[in-house]
Design a protein around this ligand. Sequence first.
Ligand SMILES: Nc1ncnc2c1ncn2[C@@H]1O[C@H](COP(=O)(O)OP(=O)(O)OP(=O)(O)O)[C@@H](O)[C@H]1O
Length: 658
Amino acid sequence: MTKKILIVEDEFIVANNLQMILEEAGYTINGIAASAREAQEHIQQCKPDLVLLDIRLKGKLSGIDIARKLRAGHIPFIYLSAYANQDILEEAKTTEPYGFLVKPVREKDLLVALEIAWYLHQHSLESKLRREEQLQKSITDIGNEALDARQSLLKLAEVMRCYIPFDFIACGIRPLDAKKFTDTGYLRTGFDEYQFIGEKELETISGLNQSAFSGIIERSDSDNNAGIYNHGITENTTNNLLQRKLMDCLRMESYLVFPVAIGYGLSVHYFFYSRHANSYSKDHIALLNRLKICLEELANKTIYAETSSIEHLRQPLPAEKKQDKAAGNQAFKGIIGNHHLLLSALDLVAQVAPYNTSVLILGESGTGKEGVAQAIHMLSPRKNGPFIKVNCAAIPATLIESELFGHEKGAFTGAAEKRKGKFELADGGTIFLDEIGELPPGMQVKLLRVLQEREIEYVGGSKTVKVNVRVVAATNRNLEKEIAAQNFRLDLYYRLNVFPLTLPPLRERETDIEALALFFAHRFCEALNKPFNGIADPMMKKLYGYHWPGNIRELENIIEQSVVLNDGRSQLQLMRSFSTVTPEPAGKTAVNTFEEVKHIQQQTEREYITAFLKKTKGRIRGAGGAAELLNIKPSTLESKMTKLNIKRQDFIDSSENL
Ligand SMILES: Nc1ncnc2c1ncn2[C@@H]1O[C@H](COP(=O)(O)OP(=O)(O)OP(=O)(O)O)[C@@H](O)[C@H]1O
């Protein structure tokens, strides 16, 4: 069946041109809308499969307003824009488009973008349905375990966290007997760690005694319907004093409530609280509505009869901590920290890991992208298969193809034996393509083909080999900028960007600095067989005050240095001063000594010469050679190359070697 496309474009000529291209390619044009109003009418009447959407439209509403409606209706869309500046891109990104094309649009780009948008849409719908099915099953399983309210809520927290974010989850029976407090909750304190909060804990946190709480409960109305509330917004007509008190005590900014019936006129209310305003949306309520039957069953099967006895709630739950350390947690063993930005990223990891979906890990250098790639592998059904890492930046352009796909014997000079490439070595497992932004353009096309066909071709060979590999890629570059600068292919970006995951820089997760510093300190002390006497306060203060351009890797280096130079009797001291410059692009660490300056200078010179040699495919002399481009004598260039250990043969195109 041909797909129906709606074109929303107020420039008649552009719209007409798009229509012609699309019809020729076999699509059906559902209509052309020249304004947001017309677009809305078309969408309602003819339900397009996909929409091409101009961002700037005449009238009050823009393409972005339409996009929000399309998203709510699960209709995929691709933006068209004559401009692609950062502000427009940022705003467009908030609507999660399936593509972005800059006008004038080339026929080939348009058709590829449509194909990829459709693939992403199918894929996301399919995986969403599968994930929801899994979630329903998990909730039903909890109900079958005949747990009490406290145990059941802990298990619910563990399965829900990937679907609805929360810093505190709670539930309780309504209407309440004011003298008996049934609300119990869990504060999220780590990826899989929760702290129980019952009446007693709340009394301690709030400084209110039991009778004061009873007063609040008595005066508090219960929510009859599902709802979303933000602190300070008075739109809520319910007199929800209890929730407001909880928000104040636990420093929460928004919450979502979802009541389910348990018979006898009673209902159990589930609450999700967040430290951020606007954390909850109608999509979350829609999801809970789809889960309503399971949640009702769970509420009915959970042992609430006893929950009116506070004593029962106070009994310790012996298995609780052990359950926290379930198998999944093993995968995150080496990932230290519990800042909510890190936890949100790890939730996404847990969510995507079981599927074969490609994942693109974004984040500055040193933020832990490799650890996350390993966690994805460890949490996937491929965990017993190989995990193969390829650093795309570290392999010379001429060798990368054979490194990835293998080569036949005699494929080029030096290829004495047939050799398998990394893709084949990763068969049945995961390949981690680190620094994917550095992949040369020629290789980008070849990688795209492998991702589409799931088969490789040896260098110097003609047969194809099927591979069953999951691809996880990472980059510290802004790939959208690289696409704009034509350094990275849009079609490859869309193939890899099926599931993007961003790791926060260390300066944005300040609360994790101490835990990380202690973790590294223990590790290095153990490795160097030195006693650990703690970290001196002045050092800790400086660690907190620094902006960490090199992120966790830089912190690790600094702690290692302090441990190496520590006398084994005193606390760790900072052994070098930090740079005072403002945050640098990732990867650049503070420079202090002459040696470091010299090192950086050499690195820069190395990169500069390498770039020219790449361009000239290793040619040094003659017109158009690297020496001429660099404006130096060939003999000077050759001596610099020897000094910097740059080898000319690394840049000679392998095809020339045949
Ligand atoms: N959350 C964490 N807990 C403990 N150690 C971490 C954490 N995140 C990163 N590290 C450590 O920091 C160092 C840098 O991490 P990693 O190499 O994964 O960063 P990266 O983002 O892949 O960097 P690059 O972009 O430069 O490749 C590693 O030694 C890693 O073990």
